[in-house]
Structures are given as C-alpha cells and as structure tokens.
Design a protein around this ligand. Structure first.
Ligand code: KIV
Ligand code: ZN
Length: 509
C-alpha cells in the first residue's frame, strides 16, 4: 500500500504574494473551488491579519469550501492568531497555521530575540491557538538554515503544547536533496514526538530544487507537502503541485507514495490560474507547459505516431489534457448548455446560466465549433466578473499602412455615456489611449498579450492586459473572435478590477 501524502496548497497565500499574481476576492473563490474539485487536503486561503481584503477572502473561502481543510497563516502573536481564527472559524475543518523564524540570522536581525525567547513564545502561542482550534500547524521559518538540535527541542515543545502538524520550510530555497534528507532525519532522531503528528515540508525554488527536495522529504518521513499550482510563489516560486503529484503517481514503483488529488483536474487548475493572474507558464514547464506532451522532433513524431509508449511516461489525458470534445454549436439549446456547465463542474444560478448562455450564443454564431475550453473560459470569466463601472458601448477604428491609427471609443461609466478620440501607434494603441483618456487617472500599461483559446482560423482571441495604478497591477482579459474587440474588453476589464479594488479606499472617483 502506498503511503498517502497530504497536499497543502498555498497558491492563495504564498503564491499570491509573488509579483503580478495578486487576485481579488472573486478570483480567489473561483480558484478555491477548483482546488476543492481537485481534492487538495488543505487550502491555505491567506494571511488574515495582513489586510482587510485578505481577511475577507479567508473568511469567504472558509465559508464556501466544504471538502478541504481551510487554513489561515498567523505569526506567533495573539493578534495574528485572533484574526486567523476569526477568519477560519466557520470552516468545516479550520486550521490555524502559526509560524516564527528559527535561524540565527532571522532571530538576531528580524525578530531581535534569543533562541530561548523564540522557544517560549512558540509554545505559548501554540497553546493560545489551541484554545480556539484543534488543528494547529506550526512552521519554523528558515528551518533549513536553523540548528537542527534547536529545532528538535522546539518541535518537541510545540507538539506538547498541541501542534498537530510540524512544517519544516526551506524558506530561501537553499538546501539540496541529500542535505535535506540528512537534516530531516537528524530532527526526527532528536524529536521522537514527530512520529505522532504530521510532518510537513514547504520548499522554495530558488535553486530549482523545490520539487526534488519535497520528494526526498517523503523518503525522510514527511506526510504533507506544501506547494502551489504552476509553482507560483515568492521569488522563484514554491514547489509545483502538479509536478509533485505526477511524480508520485508516475513513479509509485520507487516512491511508494500517492495523494488523493484528482489528476485530471490539473490542466484546468493551471489554466484557471493563468487566466486569473495573466502569468503564463513557460512552454517547457513539466506537466502543464504547452510543450510538455508535444513531440516535435521527426524521430519522436515517427515513434509517437506508431505507438505512444516509447516517449510517454504519463498520458496527457491523466492530467486533463486532450479532452477537447466538440461540445456545442449554434443550434444547441439552453438545456444542453446547462448540462455542459454541470459536467464541467461549475455551480451557477439560473440567472447566471441565462446570461452565460446569451454570451455563448454570440460566440457560437461566429465560431463553427465550440470546445470545452471555450465554455470554461466563458463561464469562469463570468463567475469572476467584478462590477462593471465601465462598459464598452461602441468603437470605430481607422487604421492602415499609410495613415496614423485613430480610435473613437464610446464607453458608459456608471451607465452614463462617455466618448474620447485618440491617435496611436496602431489600432490597439489608439484604442487603449482613448480608454485612458476616458478613465482620466494615471494608468501605466504594464503588459499586453494576445493568444488564441483553441486552434483554427475561427479561434477565440484571448487578450490579456495588465495595468499599473498606484503601485498595484491589475490584469484584465477579453475574449472575442475579433482581436481588437478582445483587446478593448481586456483593458476595460482591468480598469473595472482597479475600481473594484480601489473604490472602497476612495483612491479613484
Ligand atoms: O517560506 C516560508 O517559510 C513560509 C512560511 C510562512 C511557512 O512561507
Ligand atoms: Zn513560503
């Protein structure tokens, strides 16, 4: 029997802390729903005390998710723990995840505390958290640069105080597999109580070793791995969940461990995260990169065509790829659409289905074949829709190779029409400048990408626009068979997200 490894997903906490990956409440809920569909064991939904927005996201996710434990991060202080508990207390299975730094460099320069003080505070705070919640995870930040004997003593103390999971992070991605194995074995040797609780690791990828270190930790006795979808996270990121899960599945023969993750949901989770953050995965990224299952070279292609086995150690179907059924067309009715929505795992009210169906009809009219991925794009975009402060009414673009492009863009702002004209370096630049004039605040265009959702001449164009306002980046997407229309919608969508985020703070009017 394989040993079962718990998957602790921190996409919404450590992942979200990485530049350009911030998500709003609706996006976090959508991501949490997908993590639940994948059956991750624990969702770390955020760091409740860090901002009112984070608190609200943790609380809402705790109240939405039923099948996974929901955790909030908290420093080892009463204020943090109170706030974390307030956010997760309504979850079916709440977890408080408290941490303190344990390496000499962190204790001396960041905490300005002695090891004895760190020990006392940790034990006291685990006891404090335990009064609220039975499930307490304790993390020793920068563990891999800490003294293993000190860690063993500390872990013994916090286990006695009630910690149910001990997490050993490689916070700066510094360790290497053999060293990490020895380090964990040494801690275990000096802390027999570790046998009675969950032993977890949390590896960062600064040296590209996060997954290798996580796998070797299983050999050393870990039964929980902390990771993120697409490996997003601070700096070089965290261990990528899809890589760990598929390594365990594919090499069960040597690793003798498995997870409860529904692997066929992996590709969808990866796409959803990319759609939300606008951060694409590199094409050669293991498991979820565009080329991960592509066999381009002549030799490989020849081999694959005859029999896939020589080059395929796992199938694309096992991670949810190649399930591009042609599903619906312009003659499909609402019943078929509703059934498809259910089959794809989305929960929608009748009103939402009706709205999405009207949009589907517009696409189906323009496109011969509508794939699952088109529907998935359409629905998740609807589900994550923020209030539409601005809406696109109409636009006229004049462009050519011998004239300067001009755009007349007509939007509504809070239902009132507003129009602006602008010249630009090409039709999209002209349209963006006209929108910028309408919005009237100092926005910087950070990034613009255009891709197609599926293949073919009639594929949906998927535009991603990232704008920066007051130091924060907002990404918007637009979908249309017309790329200018997709781009305009993407820009307006990013502006609406900016308003959604900032309106309460009264930074824009
Ligand atoms: O990397 C780290 O040490 C962390 C802890 C807070 C678990 O993210
Ligand atoms: Zn981390």
């Amino acid at each position: 029997m394989s040993k079962m490894i718990k998957i602790f997903d921190t996409t919404l906490r450590d992942g979200e802390q990485s530049p350009g990956c911030s998500m709003n409440l609706k996006e976090k809920i959508e991501m949490a729903r997908q993590l639940e569909r994948m059956r991750v064991d624990i969702i770390e939904a955020g760091f409740a005390i860090s901002s009112p927005g984070d608190f609200q996201s943790v609380k809402t996710i705790a109240e939405t998710v039923k099948e996974c434990k929901v955790a909030s991060l908290a420093r080892a202080t009463k204020e943090d723990i109170d706030r974390a508990w307030e956010a997760v207390k309504n979850a079916e299975q709440p977890v408080i995840h408290t941490f303190i730094a344990t390496s000499p460099i962190h204790m001396e320069y960041k905490l300005k505390m002695t090891p004895e003080e760190v020990y006392e505070q940790s034990v006291e705070m685990v006891k404090y958290a335990k009064k609220y919640c039975s499930d307490i995870e304790f993390s020793a930040e920068d563990a891999t640069r800490s003294d293993p004997e000190f860690l063993a003593k500390l872990f013994d103390g916090v286990i006695r105080a009630g910690a149910t999971t001990i997490n050993i992070p490689d916070t700066v991605g510094y360790t290497v597999p053999d060293e990490f194995y020895e380090f964990l074995m040494k801690i275990k040797e000096n802390c027999p109580a570790l046998e009675n609780v969950n032993m977890s690791v949390h590896c960062h990828n600064d040296l590209g070793l996060a997954v290798a270190n996580s796998i070797v930790a299983i050999k050393a006795g870990a039964n929980q791995i902390e990771c993120t979808i697409n490996g997003i996270g601070e700096r070089a990121g965290n261990a990528a969940m899809e890589e760990i899960v598929m390594a365990l599945k594919t090499r069960k023969d040597v690793l003798n461990a498995d997870t409860r993750i529904v692997t066929t949901e992996i590709a969808r989770a990866s796409r959803l995260l990319t759609r939300i953050t606008g951060v694409k995965v590199q094409p050669n990224k293991a498991i979820v990169g565009q080329n991960a299952f592509a066999h381009e070279s002549g030799i490989h292609q020849h081999g694959v065509l005859q029999n896939k086995a020589p080059y395929e150690i796992m199938t694309p179907e096992s991670v949810g790829l190649s399930v591009d059924n042609i599903v619906l067309g312009k003659h499909s009715g609402k019943h078929a659409f509703r059934e498809k929505v259910k089959e794809l795992g989305f929960e929608m009210s009748e009103k939402e289905i009706e709205e999405a169906f009207q949009k589907f009809k517009v696409i189906a009219d323009k496109k011969k074949t509508v794939y699952d991925r088109d529907i998935e794009e359409l629905i998740s975009k609807e589900a994550m829709q923020v209030p539409k402060t601005f809406q696109v009414h109409s636009y006229v673009i004049n462009c050519g190779n011998s004239i300067t492009s001009t755009a007349v863009v007509n939007l509504t702002k809070d239902s009132k029409p507003v129009e602006e004209v602008a010249r630009g370096d090409g039709p999209i630049d002209a349209a963006f400048k006209a929108i910028e004039k309408i919005v009237g605040v100092d926005i910087k265009l950070e990034d613009y990408q255009l891709n197609s959702v599926t293949e073919g001449m009639d594929a949906l164009g998927d535009a991603v626009v990232k704008i920066r306002f007051n130091g924060k980046v907002y990404s918007g997407r637009g979908l249309s068979t017309d790329i200018i229309e997709a781009s305009i919608h993407a820009y307006v969508n990013a502006v609406n997200k900016m308003y959604y985020d900032k309106r309460s703070e009264k930074e824009v009017n």
